[in-house]
Design a protein around this ligand. Structure first.
Ligand code: KIV
Length: 275
């Protein structure tokens, strides 16, 4: 079954939970698709988990297009959403449409995601008018890390909670097909999910959201630079990788790898002529 924005709409109507994971390359995208996950986010978390930056601010359009291309080649039946990197849309609706268009046309994405609430509604409206579905992202928006003074839970106080609910309604009104709620108190996220008609996708926002997203390196314990409270390790792949790498090193050094079955043969008569 091919997952599209219609999958998201129907899941919300039917009360079925949506699943989303990040991916940044062909192989992982293929594995995620084969696992039946509804949607892949080519997140700008790419900057941290793949490129080793401290935050997402250095990620470029070229980075995003390059990785989105790889993911869309690996996941033909999954909704591929590409993140719009820092400063590819904040400058205004024209840049937003041009850059969203590049992610679809060059990268092969089916939709784009951008961070922010009311202040980016003109951009959301313009991108949607260009027939590109937009997923919004509110709460902790990592591209605003400097403005927030760090990665912090959002919407805790009365004013902040009210503002977050208003932001969710605003992005819905602007035409977003879904909204990511990041690091938001669980009861507030559940309330927002009740009050809007588009699906909420939570990350650190509790089980009351209409769906969940995680960075795959986090849920597979492959990335240890940060350990957010909301991450659950579903498989200890990082440990398994290290075991595999160490076993390879040991066998190469002992001379047990490559063994006979890993090698190619040549006629002795041919070899003799080379001496
Ligand atoms: O960049 C990303 O991976 C994200 C998710 C954390 C939602 O925006």
């Amino acid at each position: 079954m091919k997952h599209t924005v219609t999958t998201f709409k129907q899941a919300k109507e039917r009360g079925e939970k949506l699943t989303m994971l990040t991916a940044y390359d062909y192989t992982t995208a293929k594995l995620i698709e084969e696992s039946g996950i509804h949607s892949i986010l080519v997140g700008d978390s790419l900057g941290m988990v793949c490129l080793g930056y401290e935050n997402t601010l250095s990620v470029t359009m070229e980075d995003m297009i390059h990785h989105t291309k790889a993911v869309s080649r690996g996941a033909k039946n999954t909704l591929v959403i590409a993140d719009m990197p820092f400063m590819s849309y904040q400058t205004g609706w024209y840049d937003a449409v041009v850059n969203a268009g590049r992610l679809v046309k060059e990268g092969g994405a089916h939709a784009v995601k951008l961070e922010g609430g009311k202040e980016v509604c003109p951009q959301i409206e313009a991108i949607v008018k260009a027939s590109i579905p937009v997923c919004a992202h509110i709460g902790l928006t990592p591209q605003s890390v400097n403005a927030f003074g760090g990665f912090k839970v959002q919407g805790k106080g009365e004013e902040a909670a009210k503002k977050l609910l208003e932001e969710a309604k605003a992005v819905e009104q602007a035409g977003a097909f879904a909204v990511v709620l990041e690091c938001v108190p669980a009861k507030l996220a559940a309330l927002i999910s009740e009050k809007i008609s588009i699906p909420t996708i939570g990350i650190g926002a509790g089980a009351g959201c209409d769906g969940q997203v995680l960075v795959y390196q986090d849920m597979l314990a492959m990335y240890a630079d940060m350990a957010p409270k909301f991450v659950k390790v579903f498989a200890n792949v990082g440990e398994e990788m290290k075991k595999g790498f160490a076993a390879y090193k040991k066998e190469v050094q002992e001379g047990t790898f490559p063994a006979e079955e890993h090698t190619f043969k040549i006629e002795e008569s041919i070899l003799e002529k080379l001496y």
